[in-house]
Design a protein around this ligand. Structure first.
Ligand SMILES: [Zn+2]
Length: 399
């Protein structure tokens, strides 16, 4: 889960109506029969018939193996504790940075929070510092080629292009919302006050998904006009702000379990759209996703750009003009702990339950989020989304 935090498959978003039952079938089969690092060279009968079915359903679309070869990361074995996690700080020198001392305190605080909220002992390594350039050099060129079409180019050439993109994004978001179908009203209630038109009451996930896409595009547009301290645009053509690439680092030899970055991640994609990131205008403060070489087969990033920088949109999303050092540390640690709940236990998102650290931060109001957290009122196992394995972390076995 990209839980934008979780990763949903390209196929689910691109061929949703035709392929969702097939995708679900493949995920279930693969989760039962395969380990993460074992590429399937011999398809079982069910998978073969599924592939034939997909050919029949999509005979006008050339589906290559890589587009259908999605599987689910198994729940990690964390019986040996403390669980050791390697950490790197990914620095874009153009933006404000955490100090070494702040990073140490974030990790220490998160270690305590993981114990408190999940009853798991973890230990972080010493933090390595790597540049954003080095980090993106890890990306596999073939994965870049496979995934670059997932990025929504928001410089629409005309109204027709925007309308087409909007429809495709709505399908991707609706695919994510379908995973929350047992919790529909809570999700709508969670998002409604923060939509561009909050007075237009949404009644179902179809209406909500369109409203969220319009909100996302409008708020993402804000960043196109923003300049960083160096006078250059915050977003530029190097692609460091594109969430797709943060979601793809795990298909490379990038070895870390945890990345903490000062880079802004704000973008729009044709897959893995989610409610909370759409409300914020495509800002994805953290993600847990597949990683080939990470010890638990997933890696986490959190980004602290919204903690360190004060702009009008960030002030609105946070409800605070600026953060003290103490706030930066506590909120970053809580954000990291949320992601570690996805990584260690594959927990889901209990939207609307304010006691839960696994309930995503509303907008970027970290103060309200952290002040309401209560480990006893939202213990592991206390609801469907708080059960280990509630979320699926998908990955493509061909990449
Ligand atoms: Zn999450």
């Amino acid at each position: 889960m990209k839980l934008k935090h979780f990763s949903y498959t390209n196929m689910q978003s691109k061929a949703l109506l035709l392929a969702v039952p097939l995708a679900l079938m493949l995920c279930v089969l693969n989760a039962c029969s395969d380990t993460v690092n074992a590429p399937s060279e011999v398809l079982n009968n069910d998978e073969q018939s599924s592939k034939k079915l997909s050919k029949q359903l999509n005979d006008h679309v050339e589906l290559t193996d890589s587009k259908t070869d999605w599987s689910v990361v198994p729940l990690p074995d964390i019986s040996r504790q403390p669980v050791q996690l390697s950490v790197a700080s990914v620095v874009n020198s153009r933006f404000k940075q955490l100090t070494d001392s702040q990073i140490k305190q974030i990790l220490l605080t998160s270690q305590l929070m993981v114990k408190k909220f999940f009853d798991i002992d973890i230990e972080f390594s010493e933090t390595e510092v790597i540049s954003i350039e080095e980090t993106f050099n890890y990306l596999d060129p073939s994965v870049i080629a496979q995934r670059k079409s997932e990025i929504v180019d928001t410089d629409f050439i005309d109204a027709a292009a925007k309308s087409k993109a909007r429809e495709e994004m709505q399908q991707a978001l609706y695919a994510t919302l379908s995973n929350y179908s047992g919790n529909e009203q809570s999700v709508i209630n969670y998002a409604q006050p923060y939509l561009l038109n909050p007075d237009e009451k949404q009644k179902d996930f179809i209406g909500l998904s369109y409203a969220l896409i319009d909100t996302l595009l409008e708020r993402l547009n804000y960043w196109q006009l923003q300049k960083a301290d160096d006078g250059k645009p915050v977003l530029n053509h190097n692609g460091y702000h594109q969430w797709v690439w943060w979601d793809s680092l795990g298909y490379s030899k990038m070895p870390y379990d945890v990345l903490i970055t000062n880079q802004l991640v704000a973008s729009a994609e044709y897959y893995a759209m989610d409610v909370h990131s759409s409300m914020r205008g495509g800002i994805t403060a953290g993600t847990t996703t597949y990683s080939k070489y990470a010890s638990l087969n997933s890696y986490v990033y959190i980004m602290v750009y919204p903690m360190l920088n004060d702009t009008t949109l960030l002030e609105t999303l946070r409800g605070d003009e600026s953060y003290s050092t103490e706030q930066i540390i506590n909120y970053s640690a809580a954000l990291l702990t949320h992601e570690l709940g996805h990584m260690l236990l594959h927990l889901g998102h209990p939207f609307g339950n304010k006691a839960c650290i696994m309930s995503p931060t509303v907008m970027l109001n970290y103060r309200d989020w952290v002040e309401n957290l209560d480990a006893e009122l939202c213990a592991v196992g206390s609801s469907q989304d708080m059960k280990p394995g509630a979320a699926n972390l998908d990955y493509n076995r061909s990449w």
